[in-house]
Ligand binder design. Structure first.
Ligand SMILES: *Cc1c(COP(=O)(O)O)cnc(C)c1O
Length: 458
């Protein structure tokens, strides 16, 4: 059969509230024109993030009831530890309530003021945690990754020569570790090849610099490696993931992504001295090292979810949903990042709205238009999220102005995507009417979550 179907059927439903355009206009104004500040109920198709928004399986719901809520050494912890060790092969497994908690422990223990942390692309919370510790988060993405129109595999790869230059410029002593984000969320959800993981590790090993993998979408990445990299087509996703982690010295994970859970994360490493430092801070911030800010039932759910994410049929379906939307937008001439990523379709807001300069935030204009048109909630990944403001208050735009439509796992059906395509097409037709935005309030760090915008005058 050519038709790829959802490899599950639906046992429980959750109603979507349908509201009118007038109600959406009022809701957006009430949210200071920042969709992060909307009530979720007022969003018909919520593609803000794929993080923690997935649907659990019957096996996960059943596992949840087995949760052992003992404070220390619970049965649920044992299952979690075994699952994470099977996949990552790491000696030390530390649970955390979500990815950023793992990142904050990593950064606080290892990053000193003036340090430099290279990555293919840092995600926003990773960057913020490094900067908060006084370090510099440097993106060393391959040139292909910046060309949004280039339809090539593994555009999430790190620029290996760029990494060599980075080490030569800053010196090994100022680089406590290097990161690789798989898949590369900030860079269009593009995968990283095994070959690149190996080459990055080879360069780092020569300088004695550890490699930390930001593993949030490790299973989606493993699927891309199986599909697109020579020598992997007969391998299981688990064995591909294991091979990838075998090159790393540590990893951070948000189980809200490829853990198929609504909450959770972990920090893993091989080095005993690192583990001791991490554990101390973990107890201070997250909780005892056998629960790390999670309930026993959460640990159960993650232990099941990590393996469901590595199920081949699930990944075939997952990728087919992203491809379905992507190919239909391409057919209509709507500018998206090619090829589509593992968890999202990224609209190119700079090309969608060429009449809006970067510092008038075309991504925000597009996000807000999608909400008004169809109650679709997307997110800007452009100058609001990644722009830099220097000490003198001068703002530098981000390299790309993207809008991400992230797909919650196992949540929306094909008719939801057909509706979405219609909404995007309508916004595309009326795009010249979209105007510039201005920021009227912003906090210093992670401004995109809470800032207020002023829309163009009507
Ligand atoms: C989501 C995400 C994080 C942070 O994880 P949270 O669970 O949201 O704290 C870090 N890195 C990447 C690549 C992510 O996608």
């Amino acid at each position: 059969m050519r038709t790829i179907i959802e490899p599950f059927r639906i046992k429980m439903t959750e109603p979507l509230k349908m509201i009118s355009r007038e109600e959406r206009c009022a809701a957006l104004a009430g949210a200071h024109h920042n969709v992060f500040l909307l009530d979720a109920e007022d969003c018909c198709i919520d593609l803000l993030t794929d993080s923690g928004t997935g649907a659990m399986s019957t096996r996960q719901w059943a596992a949840l009831m087995l949760g052992d809520e003992s404070y220390a050494g619970s049965r649920s912890w044992k299952k979690f530890e075994e699952a994470v060790r099977t996949i990552t092969g790491m000696r030390h497994i530390l649970p955390a309530h979500q990815g950023r908690a793992a990142e904050s422990i990593l950064a606080e223990c290892l990053v000193k003021p003036g340090d430099i942390i290279p990555s293919n692309s840092h995600f926003d919370t990773t960057r913020a945690n490094i900067e908060y510790a006084g370090g510099g988060a440097v993106d060393v993405l391959c040139a292909r990754g910046l060309d949004t129109a280039l339809d090539a595999p593994f555009k999430g790869d790190m620029d290996v020569e760029g990494l060599e230059r980075c080490i030569a410029t800053h010196g090994r002593d100022r680089i406590p570790f290097c990161m690789l984000t798989v898949t590369n969320n900030a860079g269009g959800g593009q995968p990283v090849s095994m070959r690149n993981v190996r080459e990055v590790k080879r360069v780092l090993a020569r300088h004695g610099i550890p490699l930390v993998i930001d593993a949030c979408r490790f299973a989606e990445n493993a699927f891309f490696i199986r599909e697109c990299e020579e020598g992997y087509k007969d391998r299981t996703l688990l064995s591909i993931a294991q091979e990838m982690f075998s090159h790393a010295d540590a990893a951070t994970m948000s189980c809200k992504k490829d853990g198929l859970a609504n909450i959770g994360g972990f920090l893993v490493c091989n080095d005993d001295a690192w583990a001791e430092q991490f554990r101390t801070l973990l107890i201070l911030r997250e909780g005892f090292p056998t629960y790390g800010g999670l309930a026993g039932r959460d640990l159960e759910v993650i232990a099941v979810g990590l393996f469901e994410a590595l199920d081949h049929d699930y990944q075939v379906y997952r990728h087919a949903t992203v491809e379905y939307l992507g190919s239909r937008l391409v057919a209509r001439g709507i500018p998206i990042v090619r090829p589509v990523g593992g968890h999202a379709v990224f609209l190119n807001a700079a090309q969608f709205l060429p009449h809006i300069p970067a510092l008038s935030y075309p991504g925000v204009g597009l996000v807000n238009a999608l909400y008004i048109e169809g109650g679709v909630r997307a997110v800007e990944l452009g100058s609001v999220m990644f722009g830099r403001i220097d000490a003198a208050g001068v703002e530098t735009p981000a390299p790309l102005e993207l809008v991400r439509l992230a797909f919650p796992r196992r949540v929306y059906t094909q008719s939801h995507f057909d509706y979405l395509i219609e909404v995007i097409e309508e916004v595309w037709r009326e795009r010249s009417a979209i105007g510039p935005y201005r920021i009227t309030y912003q906090p210093k760090l992670l401004r995109h979550f809470c800032c207020h915008f002023e829309p163009p005058a009507p």
